[in-house]
Design a protein. Structure first.
Lengths: 337, 637
C-alpha cells in the first residue's frame, strides 16, 4: 500500500503530443476544476461548538437544484444555508435522508444549474487518479470556491469504521484514497476522475474500527444512486427509526424528575417536579431548572431533551447543564451505581 | 468506461533528491512495474491486461520535465537549523548575495544567527535581517558567498487552481544530510483569506496546496511546475490529527512578499497596513464602509460611513474577504487608489495606509515592554555601505545595543553583522541601507555640510491654477527660519514645538518642511537625530513622469514631527520630502525638481509643494540660492 503512494497510472488516450504533455496534464486538471466547481456547494447549518463544525460540503445532482450531501447534525437545523460557487446564498430544504448510507438530499429553488448527471455511471479502479472537491476545514470562506485535492484510489475496501465508540452506519464498499480528503467539513464533497466525472461522495471523518487510523475514503456513487432516487421520489423522508438506538433508553421518569408539559413547538425544557430521594434529587436538580445541555448537546426544547435521552442508554451517565437564575450548574446523573 | 482505456502505464513520482542517478531511477522504474503487474493480478474485480508494460516516450518526457524543474528549483532551497540544534525550518535564496526568505515563526526560534544547509552540501552561517510578524515572513542573509544559486520569482497572480506545484524543504527537520525533501501536489485554492491565529498572524490572499506541508516545511518554497517560486509555505490546518499534514497547506504568495522585500531589507519589524475603516457586505455583493476612524487618512480624503467600495488598489471588491485580501498584502505606508460610490456618484481617492499596529505596539508584542537602557552602553561597529567606502561616523552609540552585550557567550564569527536595537530585528542592515542611500546622494548631490550657514533663497511662488506669480524670499537657518511671500512674512523658531508653527497658512507647514530639509542636508542623518531607513516605496507623482519608480525612504524625527525624505533609487537624488507635523496629520509635501549644478552642489530649481493628497499644488521657482557664512552669534546659542 505504501508503494502505491509512489505509483501513478496515466492513460495514453488523454495525451497526444509529447512536447506539451506536462502542460496538457496540468491544463486537464485546470479545465476539470473550472467545469466542476460550479457544481459544488458549501453547506452551513447547526453546530459550531465543542469541535462540531457547523459546515460541510455538497454538490448539485439535478437541474432542479437537488444537492447530495452527508447526513449529519449539520442538517439538523431550522435553516440550512447553501453557498453556491458564485457566492450566492440560498436556503435549502431537506428532502430526505438515508441513515444507513449516511446521505441526505437537499433542494434549493433554482433552475438549470450546472450539475452532475447521475445517469452516467462512472467508477474508478485502484490506481486511478481522482480529484476531491470539498470545503475541508471551512477554508473557503465567503464566496471563495471550495478546495481541490488530487490523489489516487489506493484500494477498494469494505468500510469498517467508527466515530468515537459508535460504528458508522455505512459498512459497504468504499474507495480508500491516498489524498488527505476526510477532514472537518469535507463530508459530502464530490470525488471525480480527471475528466470531472462523478465517482463518489467524500465520507465523514472516521477511524478504522480495528486500527484506529483516520481513513480517507469516499462512497461510490453506484452504491448511492438507488437511494437518491427513492429519496427524491419521497419514499424516504423520515426513517430515523433505522438508527441504532439503545434498546433501553434513559428517561426523565427513571432519573426521577418530570419536564413541563410540551405544549408549543419549542417548549423551554424546564424541570417541573423532582422526586424526593431520586437520582435527580441526589444530584441537586430542582424544579424550575432550565436544561440547556444534555451530554454536551444544546437543548432548546423539551423535544430536544427527550431526543437526547432516547439516544442514551440507561446504563450511561447523563450529563446535564441547567440554568438556575443566572447560574449554570453541571450535574452527572448515573442510574446504575 | 474503464474498459475503453486501452493501455495502462505508470510513471513514478518518487521524491527526487539530488543524489538520484539515472541508473538508480531505472531500477526504481522496473521495480515499480513488477509491483503494478502483481497488484493488478491480485485485484479480483480488475480484469485488466497484464501484458508487458512499456512506458511511452511522452510520459518519459513529462517526467523528465518535472525532474528538470525540481533540479532547477532545489538548488536555491535552504534547510534552516537553530545554532544550538534547537528548532529549524526551511527557506529559499532569492538573490545571489544570499538574501533568503523564510517564516517569522521559524527564524524567531533560532535567534539572530542560524545555520543553513544547501543542496551543495555546505552549511552556511546566516543572520537575521528583517521580519514581518503579521505576515509571518522573515528575511535572512546567508553569508560566505556572493554567488548563491537563486530561485526564479514567478507571478503568483497567474497561478491557477489545479496547477501542479511542489514544496521543497525540511519537513520534520529530516535534512540532517543537508538534502531537502520534495513533495508534490496541486494548487487547491487561491486568494484565500485566513483569519489571524491568536492576535498577530494573518494570511491574506494566500495559496492553498495539497502538497504535503509538515512541520519543518515552514518557510520553504512552493514552486510551480516550471520550478519557479510562487510562494512561501507557512501554515497548515493542523487540528485534530496532531501536527502532521492533513492535505491543507498555505503559502504566502510571492507577490505579497515582493511588496515587503525592500522593507524587510531595512532590518526593521515591518508592519502591515490598515485603512482605518472597516467594511461589511450584503448578500448582493455590495461592500460598504461600516466604520471609519476620524483620525485616519481615509477619513481626511473623504471616505465616510455607508460609502460603497467599488475597487481597492485596482482590484474589484465584492466581498469583505476580497477587501482584506487586498489590504493584507500591502505594507504600511503604501498609497493605493480607492474607488467608492455615494448616492450614485463615483469618487476616486489615493489613501496613505497606516500601520496595523500603533507606534511601538508591534515592538512591544515582539520584544516585550521596554526595559531601562543599560548603564554603560557599548559602541556598535558601524557598517560601511556595500558599494561605498565612505567614512564611518559616530553618533548612534547611545541608541544601539550591540551583539557583544550578550554576556558570557562566545562571540559569533559574524557578530559584527548583527546590532540589536529596539524596533529592529537587525539594526546593522538599517544602518547599511541608510548609509548607502545617504552616501550615494552625497556623492552625486554634493557635500552639504560645508554650507552650515544660513541659506537665502529668492524667487517667485507660482500658482498654476490661478495663473499667478508672487515673489518670495526665504531664509533658512539653524535656529530660525523665515519666509516672505508677497507682503506676508512668517517666522519659525526651531526651539519651539514645530508642530505648532505650521506657516504659511494652508501650506501644511511649508516653512517647517523647508527648515527640516536644510537641517537634514547640513547635518546629515548622523547629526539630525533619529533617522532610520524605512525601505522602498513606489514613487508618487513626479512631474512630467508617469512611470512608477522606487524611492528609498529615510524617516527623520524631530520632536513629534516626522519627515520622510524620499530618494530616487536610480538617480540617487532627493526627490521629495513629506513633513508630517504630528501623528494622524496630513503632510506638507515638497517635490524637488530641475536639479542643477551650483558649484559642488546639485540644487533644485523648483520646489513643488502642497498640503497632502488632493490639495492645491504650488511651486517655488528659485531664482537665486545663496549660502551665507556661519555667524558667530547664531552659533552661540
Amino acid at each position: 500500500m505504501i508503494r502505491s503512494l509512489f505509483l501513478c497510472l496515466a492513460f495514453l488516450q488523454y495525451f497526444t503530443t509529447a512536447d506539451s504533455i506536462a502542460q496538457t496534464r496540468s491544463s486537464t486538471i485546470n479545465r476539470t476544476v473550472s467545469q466542476t466547481l460550479p457544481k459544488t456547494v458549501k453547506i452551513v447549518g447547526s453546530g459550531g461548538f465543542r469541535g462540531l463544525e457547523a459546515y460541510q460540503s455538497g454538490f448539485l445532482i439535478s437541474n432542479k437544484g437537488h444537492v447530495l450531501t452527508a447526513w449529519s447534525y449539520v442538517l439538523d437545523s431550522d435553516v440550512v444555508m447553501l453557498t453556491m460557487n458564485d457566492g450566492t446564498k440560498r436556503e435549502a430544504q431537506l428532502i430526505g435522508f438515508d441513515p444507513r448510507l449516511d446521505i441526505a438530499v437537499l433542494k434549493i429553488d433554482v433552475a438549470d444549474t450546472p450539475h452532475f448527471n447521475l445517469e452516467i455511471d462512472t467508477t474508478a479502479g485502484v490506481g486511478d487518479r481522482i480529484l476531491a472537491f470539498s470545503n475541508l476545514y471551512g477554508v473557503a470562506t465567503g464566496n471563495e470556491p471550495v478546495s481541490v485535492q488530487q490523489g489516487f484510489v489506493s484500494a477498494k475496501i469494505q468500510l469498517s469504521a467508527r466515530r468515537g465508540a459508535y460504528q458508522s452506519p455505512y459498512q459497504d464498499d468504499a474507495y480508500l484514497l491516498d489524498a488527505m480528503t476526510n477532514n472537518p467539513g469535507a463530508a459530502g464533497g464530490a470525488l471525480t476522475d480527471l475528466q470531472g466525472r462523478l465517482v463518489a461522495m467524500v465520507g465523514k471523518e472516521l477511524r478504522d474500527s480495528k486500527t484506529g487510523a483516520w481513513l480517507n475514503f469516499a462512497l461510490p456513487m453506484e452504491k448511492l444512486t438507488d437511494a437518491i432516487k427513492r429519496i427524491r421520489a419521497g419514499e424516504m423522508t423520515s426513517s430515523s427509526d433505522i438508527i441504532d438506538r439503545p434498546t433501553e433508553p434513559i428517561s426523565a421518569a427513571l432519573l426521577g424528575f418530570s419536564l413541563v408539559a410540551d405544549i408549543v413547538q419549542k417548549t423551554p425544557p424546564y424541570i417541573d417536579r423532582v422526586v424526593v430521594g431520586s437520582v435527580a434529587a441526589e444530584n441537586g436538580a430542582r424544579p424550575d431548572d432550565l436544561i440547556i445541555e444534555v451530554n454536551g448537546q444544546m437543548t432548546a426544547s423539551v423535544k430536544d431533551v427527550l431526543k437526547q435521552f432516547q439516544r442514551t442508554d440507561r446504563d450511561d451517565t447523563v450529563e446535564l447543564t441547567v440554568q438556575r437564575g443566572n447560574r449554570f450548574i453541571d450535574m452527572k446523573l448515573q442510574l446504575v451505581k | 468506461m474503464k474498459l475503453q482505456r486501452t493501455m495502462i502505464f505508470m510513471i513514478s513520482t518518487i521524491v527526487l533528491i539530488a543524489s538520484n542517478s539515472d541508473s538508480r531511477a531505472e531500477e526504481e522504474s522496473s521495480a515499480d512495474a513488477s509491483t503494478v503487474e502483481t497488484s493488478l493480478k491480485a485485484g479480483s474485480d480488475n480484469p485488466r491486461s497484464t501484458a508487458t508494460l512499456q512506458t511511452p516516450p511522452a510520459l518519459v518526457q513529462a517526467e523528465g520535465l518535472r525532474v528538470q524543474a525540481i533540479q532547477k528549483a532545489i538548488q536555491a532551497t535552504v534547510c534552516i537549523f537553530g545554532p544550538k540544534g534547537q528548532g529549524g525550518g526551511s527557506g529559499v535564496v532569492i538573490s545571489s548575495d544570499g538574501y533568503a526568505l523564510s517564516n517569522y515563526h521559524v527564524v524567531e526560534a533560532c535567534g539572530a544567527f542560524m545555520k543553513c544547509s544547501m543542496p551543495d552540501g555546505v552549511l552556511y552561517d546566516a543572520v537575521i535581517v528583517g521580519i514581518d510578524p503579521t505576515g509571518d515572513v522573515a528575511l535572512v542573509k546567508l553569508l560566505g558567498r556572493d554567488d548563491f544559486p537563486t530561485a526564479t520569482i514567478a507571478d503568483s497572480d497567474k497561478v491557477q487552481v489545479g496547477d501542479w506545484c511542489f514544496a521543497i524543504g525540511n519537513p520534520f527537520l529530516l535534512a540532517t544530510n543537508f538534502q531537502p525533501s520534495v513533495s508534490m501536489g496541486i494548487i487547491s485554492g487561491k486568494n484565500r483569506y485566513q483569519y489571524p491565529s491568536g492576535t498577530l498572524l494573518e494570511y491574506a490572499d494566500c495559496l492553498q496546496t495539497d502538497a504535503a506541508i509538515n512541520p519543518g516545511n515552514s518557510g520553504g518554497a512552493l514552486f510551480n511546475s516550471d520550478g519557479d517560486l510562487v510562494g512561501i509555505n507557512g501554515r497548515g490546518s493542523f487540528e485534530k490529527r496532531g501536527r502532521v499534514n492533513v492535505g491543507v497547506g498555505y503559502a504566502i504568495s510571492i507577490n505579497q512578499i515582493m511588496y515587503f522585500l525592500d522593507h524587510l531589507k531595512s532590518g526593521r519589524l515591518v508592519d502591515h497596513a490598515t485603512l482605518g475603516a472597516t467594511v461589511e457586505s450584503d448578500s448582493e455583493g455590495v461592500v460598504r464602509v461600516n466604520d471609519v476612524l476620524p483620525t485616519s487618512d481615509a477619513f481626511r480624503r473623504g471616505l465616510r460611513y455607508d460609502d460603497v467600495i467599488v475597487s481597492f488598489a485596482g482590484r474589484k471588491i465584492s466581498t469583505v474577504n476580497q477587501f482584506k485580501n487586498v489590504l493584507g498584502i500591502l505594507p504600511k505606508g503604501f498609497t493605493p487608489k480607492i474607488v467608492y460610490q455615494r448616492e450614485g456618484e463615483q469618487f476616486e481617492i489615493v489613501v496613505r495606509l497606516a500601520g496595523v499596529h500603533a507606534t511601538g505596539q508591534l515592538t512591544e508584542i515582539i520584544e516585550g515592554k521596554p526595559l531601562d537602557p543599560p548603564a554603560i552602553p557599548g559602541i556598535p561597529p558601524l557598517p560601511t555601505p556595500d558599494d561605498s567606502e565612505g567614512p564611518e561616523e559616530d553618533g548612534d552609540g547611545e541608541k544601539a545595543d550591540p551583539e557583544e552585550a550578550s554576556e558570557g557567550e562566545e562571540l559569533h564569527p559574524y557578530h559584527h553583522l548583527h546590532i540589536k536595537r529596539r524596533g529592529f530585528s537587525n539594526y546593522y542592515f538599517n544602518l547599511l541601507n541608510r548609509n548607502r542611500v545617504w552616501e550615494k546622494f552625497i556623492a552625486l548631490g554634493g557635500i552639504w555640510d560645508q554650507q552650515p550657514g544660513r541659506w537665502r533663497i529668492t524667487g517667485v511662488v507660482r500658482d498654476d491654477m490661478a495663473a499667478d506669480e508672487v515673489p518670495f524670499q526665504l531664509m533658512l537657518g539653524d535656529q530660525k527660519s523665515g519666509i516672505r511671500i508677497g507682503d506676508s512674512s512668517f517666522v519659525l523658531d526651531s526651539t519651539e514645538d514645530l508642530s505648532q508653527q505650521l506657516v504659511p497658512p494652508e501650506t501644511g507647514g511649508l516653512l517647517v518642511a523647508l527648515h527640516l530639509w536644510r537641517a537634514m542636508l547640513v547635518e546629515g542623518p548622523q547629526q539630525f537625530g533619529d533617522v532610520y531607513y524605512f525601505g522602498g516605496l513606489p514613487a508618487r507623482r513626479v512631474a512630467n513622469q508617469q512611470a512608477e519608480e522606487t524611492v528609498d525612504v529615510l524617516i527623520a524625527t524631530r520632536g513629534v514631527t516626522e519627515t520622510h525624505f524620499r530618494f530616487n533609487r536610480s538617480k540617487a537624488l532627493l526627490q521629495s520630502a513629506e513633513m508630517f507635523p504630528e501623528i494622524n496629520s496630513d503632510p506638507c509635501r515638497l517635490a524637488f525638481l530641475d536639479y542643477q549644478r551650483d558649484g559642488d552642489l546639485m540644487v533644485p530649481r523648483r520646489i513643488q509643494f502642497d498640503a497632502g493628497f488632493g490639495s492645491p499644488e504650488k511651486t517655488l521657482v528659485i531664482e537665486r540660492i545663496e549660502f551665507l557664512q556661519k555667524r558667530v552669534e547664531e552659533n552661540a546659542k
